[in-house]
Design a protein around this ligand. Structure first.
Ligand code: MTE
Ligand code: MO
Length: 185
């Protein structure tokens, strides 16, 4: 769907002369501007090059796929992590889960994360935020190949908080994330 993006952006960018009625609308428009996105037109398609983001039950529901380079254009966060799946201490960078949630006007409720391998799990949005979750797209400065659990991996600052990588938190480290769906709060 991104092949036609320039034309689609031109047709679909929010009107800047119309003041947003409510705060929710303002953040939704801000996100749309940051991402430069057109609304999704078809069913989400796993392609490993983009991330599906859906928000239901918010003032302005949305469902669209975000290209990885558009994710990289959003404010980036960095975490240092030690995990059972990596060697030594690694540095992850990407969009903080909190940044994405707040951009959409989502403050709580549940979130469903689905991976390229169809692994799906429902987490508590506030918990992911509190634990410092980051949607990592870079590991030690480099994009993460699918075979190394990329291109998007939900990670946590386990270097400073080893409990975040313990057995009872391991299920939160979803790799090969393909789709994030925020549910009604
Ligand atoms: N994409 C994806 N992420 C995933 C999983 C998975 O099957 N697919 N399993 C989760 C679970 S339940 C755990 S405990 C940890 C560790 O999985 P492992 O023990 O198979 O390495 O990864 C989590 N992230
Ligand atoms: Mo697990």
């Amino acid at each position: 769907m991104f092949r036609n993006l320039p034309a689609r952006i031109a047709r679909s960018l929010p009107r800047l002369d119309a003041p947003p009625a409510v705060g929710d609308l303002r953040v939704a428009l801000a996100l749309a501007l940051v991402l430069g996105l057109a609304p999704a037109t078809g069913p989400a398609r796993a392609d490993g090059l983009s991330l599906g983001v859906t928000a239901e039950g918010v003032a302005h529901p949305m469902s669209q796929r975000i290209a990885l380079d558009q994710l990289a254009a959003m404010p980036q966060a960095e975490v240092r992590a030690v995990t059972p799946w990596t060697e030594g201490e690694v540095t992850f960078a990407g969009v903080a889960f909190q940044t994405l949630a707040h951009s959409l006007g989502v403050a709580g409720g549940k979130v469903v994360l689905r991976a390229l391998n169809a692994y799906e799990i429902t987490l508590n949005t506030a918990q992911v935020i509190e634990d410092g979750g980051v949607l990592a797209t870079r590991m030690n400065g480099k994009p993460i190949p699918i075979r190394d659990k990329g291109p998007v991996w939900l990670v946590f600052p386990s270097a400073e908080r080893p409990d975040l990588a313990s057995a009872d938190k391991a299920h939160m480290w979803i790799w090969q994330v393909d789709e994030i769906r925020f549910l009604a709060q």
